[in-house]
Design a protein around this ligand. Sequence first.
Ligand code: ZN
Length: 333
Amino acid sequence: MKYDRALLISIDSLSRKYQYLFEDYFTIKYIKYQSTNTWTLPSHVAMLSGVMLPRLYYVMNQKDVKQFENFIQYLPTIATLLKRGGFKSRAITGGGFMSKYFGWGYDWESWQEAENTKSEWNGEKILPKKNEFLFLHTYYVHNWFNEKKKLREQLFKAKDNLEKGNKYDVRMLITEGKKAYIKRVKTIAKRLSWIKSISPRTLVILTSDHGELFSGPDSFHHGNFALTDSSIFEVPLLIRENTTNKTIEKNICYDFLLPQLICEKLDIPFESIPKMLIRRNRYIINQENLKEKMKMIFDSSIFNISNTVSQAAFYMLNIRGLKTTIRKIFFKI
Ligand SMILES: [Zn+2]
């Protein structure tokens, strides 16, 4: 085995524009890597489970969010795949949408999450142990508004006014917010310089779940409202390999291909998660609530191909025919 440990870092809301600040620590950079969602939860499902469910994750209010409470725990992640190769998986996350509340962690050896911003992992050196896959996630960049108390107050005031439908000039907030964001990106890039001295037995990957917009008079966010701006999907993908010191540029790759990519690098057999779910269907159909959750997958647009990204996903995950199979299993038609 080429590697006996692996580290995956997800810096929430980090645009590819700033990939250059981290490149020095890695040997491979992707110049066209893309996430497939605009907000934290679905992007990480794609990243960690290789499943993209855009419509399912289209969320406009708190009520919509509720449907995910018990969903993710029925979806195996890369931790399940790596177990087959003798790897234990450990996660340290910023909480929020990456907390156990949303079902994360059930197939992980350990899933720790920050209770507040002070207890969050923000770039400090933490290494995976032997035969361990370590996933580190932080909202440090995402929460740029925490840079200054005044900025945070301004943001909440703006949100409050906009939600009430009041006219509110956010130009100043956008300018100041962007400055704070870039400052935080630079800080975490510096903090991560320890990656350069990591043992060559460790595979290291750095990425993000979506970018952050600071463009236009009313755009200082990500999420569903950012769907029309393609730059929101442009995020970094950097890999530290032990085979070369030279930086290799690679072209296109999508977040839902990451579990496969990691398994291949670690010489661990890969099976696509949708296929795995089908293989386990006997178990699934015997349980009413699981059947209900699978119905959610069926209802999502993974089966309603509307763009080239999902076409590629469909093809590459080799799950053609899954729609028919699910219909047969759950709807008996
Ligand atoms: Zn996010």
